[in-house]
Design a protein around this ligand. Sequence first.
Ligand code: PHE
Length: 497
Amino acid sequence: MDQNEPGTEEDLSPQELAVLRFLAENEEGKMIPEDTIVVPGYSTQSIRSAVSWVIKKGFVDPESSEVLIYTLGEEGLRSLKDGLPEDLVYKYARKNGQVSLSELNNAMPADLVKIGITQLAKLGLRPSEGILKVDRETELEDEMQRRLQCLRSIMDGNTPSSYCLEVFKKRGDMIVERKIQKRKLRINSRGRLILEKSADDAVGQLTPEMITSGAWKNARFRKYDLNLSTENVSGSFLHPLSYLREEVARIFLDMGFSEMRGHFIEYSGWNMDALFIPQDHPARDMQDTFYIESDAPPEFEDQEILPILKKVHEKGIRGYTGWGYRWSESEAKKLLLRTHTTVSTIRNLYHIGKAPAAIFSIDRVFRHESVDWKHLAELHQIEGAYYAEDANLSTLKWLMEEFYSRLGFSRIRLIPSYYPYTEPSMDVVVEINGKEVELGGSGIFRPEVLKPLGLDKPAIAWGMGLERLAMIYYNLNDIRGIYQSDINWLKSFKLRI
Ligand code: PHE
């Protein structure tokens, strides 16, 4: 066969051939469910892709059918764990041979009693005048076992028997039924023909051995069909969060700020102590902060600041009293995942050392936080500081307004707040659809933060959530949506820079 002849649909890859062979050998006149096809040496994924190709090329006839699958609902899971309502009620009554409904209602949740009583009634056990009397009912107990067995079996992924379905299908959230599409396949006459024609020795890939041995000269190569239709894919675009990050960076760069870098892992001493956060502050708690265990922690960088921090925390500086407790050096040497990027600000200001300095970063921080619609445990902060003779409250207010207005938010508000390292402190909020959303904090660094590090000019600083901003910017109801990578959501933004 001429190797240069254009490829035809008749050329099959080894996987495709293997799939056809499997279908031909296992058919026995039946359609074969796609998920039962196994070909040694190939992953499920490549088999699935081969299946799509042989269908597309017309060697296999598919038939889609709807299949019902069952899983346990919330109530089913609960029943499996704590017992079926009817069983609980029955067992409770059996303890003393009888029980009054009011006693039952005191002993367990009312809805549980209600369901339990209804189910028992269906099994022929009814309360009379508010009293449920039971003897040992072996048949009933067997029935309970059977019901539990149903739940267990569904939990194990089995298809429920018609008996189980009858008992549970109408009962609230016991079992959940879902329809899924499954494909069954059958090789057709074209497929059989090509299978007969195909010798196994078609080569799909040229190897170095074939070249050195010269075997390629006589090999029969598999052909590619360049005319086959394939799905159109668009080029790559930025993720919406990356896009917003670039926008934010652009604004600060345009205003003359330089981007600073920092580290995910930091010393408590820099993350907290240098920012005048006392060592017993709740934010230091393991509840809020991820600490890093290390047998051989690295030496504290910037050793010289340790005695300085001790003095500020214990005694303060001129005109300021400090916190007045015994400061611990080992506490300051602890390693953690930085809880805010203000740590980069203070470290950078210390190392830059002279005014004016305008720095920013958009970087990741970590918090031991339970995740919900407006909280993440890993998030990005838009951080920055301006250290200069003329840094003051109006500069800060102007900067915040200017930054947000460049992003398209014309109405922000600054409200009084508290951070141990700034005075005054202000939170930035924006009003969206009548609701105020908090975007972050800001303020003027306290003298206790700056002076001990040799910084004698004022500095304004801020730290704001990038994901919170993204929520508003992209109109999201749930902050988690940003990281869920829903392909349709991502495709709805074609963000290029
Ligand atoms: N670090 C604060 C936070 O994580 C924000 C902040 C930064 C506040 C700078 C004041 C000054 O929420």
